[in-house]
Design a protein around this ligand. Structure first.
Ligand SMILES: Cc1ncc(C[n+]2csc(CCOP(=O)(O)OP(=O)(O)O)c2C)c(N)n1
Ligand SMILES: [Mg+2]
Length: 818
């Protein structure tokens, strides 16, 4: 809660504003407030006179930055001969933002840096200078089949180097907020002291258009995340042209971040502007100039600038000076100004900081590139352009023949190389770097799994079975505290309120109110060391939380076991890109799609009824996706998942389990078959109920119950005996079949049986059809293709033709025609 430092002054101001409102109307009062929030002067937050001394050797750093600029441009240009692409302009505008960080601010062991994806050539160039990469690496940029460098920050493709994938725009800023938040969570829960760590997120001004970019701003302020800094490179351009041609992106972002409660630091103008900015009229004019016009000034001659920007204002500068200052003097090209801003950001307490820094896109790459609308897609400079750039940067430009420029290196023993290595050593080690030691977790106690294996006569939905399981697992003496339950405001829907009193809901402020239900056994309990993350109604935020927890084994050396439980409809199709990014980031954990199925959630209809998330999940190579029918299957899958993700040979996979909300009796794990059943559950199918073998019904999830009912109907009414199989994972069966050189498991399982195969589930037909190519017998699939609708379960299932009667009909038809 904000403290009123001077209540009397507050009262006076409020009184004045109230008077404005009375006299001139509410619109006028609102205008004044808006001006106050957004109309701060369009100048640097730290004036030159107040800049802290620069902590490094500026001349040397200039040369280092020059080498990095050259090599970044060279690697992209050289790659262009194969048509592999790459980006020149992003890094060229941001080079100093990174150099100042590398030399003075990024703490190797503590800090976590989200690099702007398209700036990766510069990050590689810097690693080349530090001796972490060789020329051969740079020359294999974007040639991953040769073991070369990935185009963007991809931990999965370069796992010792990159930590955070960023190039799907908007996910970086969102994930960065939740990463900073998760660091605090680990701290508050006593799992790791993260008080020294800082999260830096480098973002494009165009990237801020993505709704995800600003989605978590208020969370960061609310939770006081002063361990987080956004650096937004305001080069005023995105891919096609200006970010805000007719208005101003810096002021827009300033008002958004200010309104969200962030500390805003502006670093806009280079030092040469200082005398000009003495003129308030010019400052006011700059603050009202459309960005598109300012971009044009960046490429205009002095006469045009004098005529259009300075019209009516005095200026002592020559045309050449004007061209130089207006053309390129920006705070983002000056290490002192960047350091001043970062320093302020790091010293700020109580909340997050955003540094809005102005640059020219393509800076130093020459007149054909700088501030040009098409520069995002320029992939190559001519040798002449390299020569001009090298001279401008003060580099020893070699004689160049052939088509492409060489890489430049000052020599192993040069002051430049010694300096970058010393700086990184002083700051604790290389960045980016993803290094950690695997810490296998012991297998949990057997008791919770044994409870599920016993089954229950009382009808229980598989959602409840899962929640009971994790509730028990959270009590495990060794691993219980590593569980991280994540829910977007649906804990009650999934029966999770039973976790509130013991596990409690994480809130760094604790609970500052008497909860309305405090007398109840299952009262709403918030606590600073709470274990449950109730994220509010944000699936995107929950996914970002999951990503942070799922990668804690690598980012913190602390394996955590997150499970994120959500309405299955609002998972894969809504946030599938985040699941893709989590796969890139090598996340490990459980996604639980609850209230799954097109017909199983009664009465909710078209936008809730999920008949396809199993299909989307199957497209993610890191995801093992299961559709269990019975509680004991849930137990077997979770136990196997814990082994595969947290055991001694941990794999970089995550799990998706769909669970249903239809309470049904839960049978005990079939006895006798024992290990065969468990193996079948893990591999994807096993025979649950033999019944004559004239046909075979393959069913998954809740549809196994319909299949069993169809089996009974067929036996009793038609004397047809069929077997019912529980398919726990269509996609794992398919993957194994595609991968094996031998007989696929699905064929092995069915070997020795005959008769047609009928597949059914609460998913669209394409889900079971995944295994159809390996069924060498008549195949029929039933499913819930089309939009969902609300009705009783029975009516909905009859509508889609997946109810027991429809299954029986399909079996009769199939057996008749064979
Ligand atoms: C979600 C998503 N949409 C579109 C793109 C394609 N894209 C890549 S870079 C870019 C423009 C980036 O502009 P900005 O964020 O301002 O970065 P700058 O290069 O100017 O620093 C676009 C549209 C993407 N990478 N991710
Ligand atoms: Mg931009």
């Amino acid at each position: 809660m904000e403290k009123d430092l001077d209540p009397q002054e507050t009262a006076e101001w409020l009184e004045s504003l109230e008077a404005v409102r009375r006299v001139s109307g509410p619109d006028r009062a609102a205008y004044l407030l808006r001006r106050l929030a957004t109309g701060s002067r369009y100048v640097n937050t730290v004036p030159t006179a107040q800049e802290p001394p620069y902590p490094g050797d500026l001349a040397l750093e200039q040369r280092i930055a020059a080498y990095d600029r050259w090599n970044a441009a060279a690697m992209v240009s050289r790659g262009s001969k194969l048509g592999l692409g790459g980006h020149l302009a992003t890094y060229a505008s941001a080079a100093w933002l990174y150099e100042v960080g590398f030399n003075h601010h990024f703490h190797g062991t503590d800090d976590q840096v989200y690099f702007q994806g398209h700036a990766s050539p510069g990050v590689y160039a810097r690693a080349f200078l530090e001796g972490r990469l060789t020329e051969a690496h740079l020359d294999a940029f974007r040639r991953e089949t040769l073991g070369g460098l990935p185009s963007y920050p991809h931990p999965r493709a370069l796992p010792g180097f990159w930590q955070f994938p960023t190039v799907s725009m908007g996910l970086g800023p969102l994930n960065a907020v939740y990463q900073a938040r998760f660091n605090r969570y680990l701290h508050h829960r006593g799992i790791k002291d993260t008080s020294r760590s800082h999260v830096w997120a480098f973002l494009g001004d165009g990237e801020m258009d993505e709704p995800e970019s600003t989605a978590a701003l208020t969370l960061a302020a609310r939770e006081g995340l002063d361990n987080l800094t956004f650096v937004i490179n305001c080069n005023l351009q995105r891919l096609d042209g200006p970010v805000r041609g007719n208005t101003r992106i810096v002021q827009e972002l300033e008002s958004v971040f200010t309104g969200a409660g962030w500390h805003v630091v502006k670093a806009l103008w280079g030092e040469e502007w200082d005398p000009l900015l003495q003129d308030d009229a010019l400052v006011a004019r700059l603050g009202e100039l459309p960005d598109g016009q300012f971009q044009t000034f960046a490429v205009s001659d002095g006469a045009y600038i004098r005529e259009h920007l300075f019209a009516g204002l005095p200026s002592d500068l020559s045309d050449d000076d004007l061209r130089r200052v207006v053309g390129g003097s920006r705070a983002g090209h000056e290490p002192r100004k960047i350091h001043a801003a970062y320093d302020l950001a790091r010293r700020h307490t109580g909340g997050p900081t955003v540094v809005l820094v102005q640059t020219v896109k393509g800076w130093t790459l020459g007149a054909g590139v700088e501030a040009r609308n098409a520069n995002h897609q320029m992939k190559k400079l001519t040798l002449e352009e390299f020569r001009v750039m090298g001279e401008r940067l003060g580099l020893p430009v070699p004689a160049m023949d052939g088509e492409f420029p060489p890489y430049l290196h000052p020599g192993e023993d040069s002051p430049e190389v010694r300096y970058v290595r010393e700086r990184r050593a002083a700051l604790g080690g290389p960045i980016p770097s993803r290094s950690y030691a695997e810490r296998p977790l012991p297998a949990p106690q057997e008791r919770p799994f044994a409870a599920l294996a016993k089954g229950s006569k009382q009808p229980v939905a598989t959602t409840m079975a899962f929640v009971r399981l994790v509730k028990d697992l959270m009590k495990d003496p060794e691993t219980g505290r590593r569980w991280v339950p994540i829910v977007p405001d649906e804990a009650r829907t999934f029966g999770m309120e039973s976790l509130f009193p013991t596990a409690r809901i994480y809130n760094p402020l604790g609970q500052r109110y008497d909860s309305v239900d405090r007398e109840l056994l299952l009262a709403y309990r918030e606590a600073a060391d709470g274990q449950i993350l109730i994220e509010g109604i944000t699936e995107a935020g929950s996914m970002a939380s999951l990503t942070a927890a799922a990668t804690s084994y690598a980012t913190h050396g602390e394996p955590m076991i997150p499970f994120y439980i959500f309405y299955s409809m609002f998972g894969w199709q809504r946030t599938g890109d985040q699941m893709w990014a989590m796969a890139d980031q090598l996340g490990r954990g459980f996604l639980i799609g609850a209230t799954a199925g097109r017909t199983t959630m009664t009465g909710e209809g078209l936008q809730h009824a999920d008949g396809h998330s199993q299909l989307i999940a199957s497209t993610n190579p890191a995801c093992l996706s299961y559709d269990p029918a019975f509680a004991y299957e849930v137990g077997v899958i979770v136990r196997d998942g814990l082994r595969r993700m947290y055991g001694p040979a941990a794999e970089n996979v995550f799990y998706y389990l769909t669970v249903y909300n239809e309470p049904l009796p839960q049978p005990p794990m079939p006895a006798g078959a024992g290990e065969g059943v468990e193996e079948g559950i893990v591999k994807g199918m096993y025979r649950y109920a033999e019944g004559g073998g004239e046909a075979h019904i393959l069913a998954s999830g809740t549809a196994v119950h319909w299949a069993l009912e169809a089996q009974r109907l067929l036996e009793e009414e038609y004397g047809v005996g069929v077997d019912v199989w529980s398919v726990t994972s269509w996609s794992e069966l398919r993957r194994e079949a595609m991968a094996t050189d031998g007989v696929p498991y699905v064929r092995q399982a069915l070997s020795g049986t005959g008769g047609p195969v009928i597949a059914v589930s609460d998913w669209m037909r394409a889900v079971p059809d995944q295994i159809a190519p390996w069924i060498d017998r008549p195949w029929t699939s039933l499913g819930t293709d089309g939009f969902g609708l609300s009705d009783t379960r029975e009516a909905a299932r009859a509508h889609f033709g997946v109810d027991p009667r429809s299954i029986a009909d399909a079996v009769l038809k199939a057996t008749a025609s064979t």
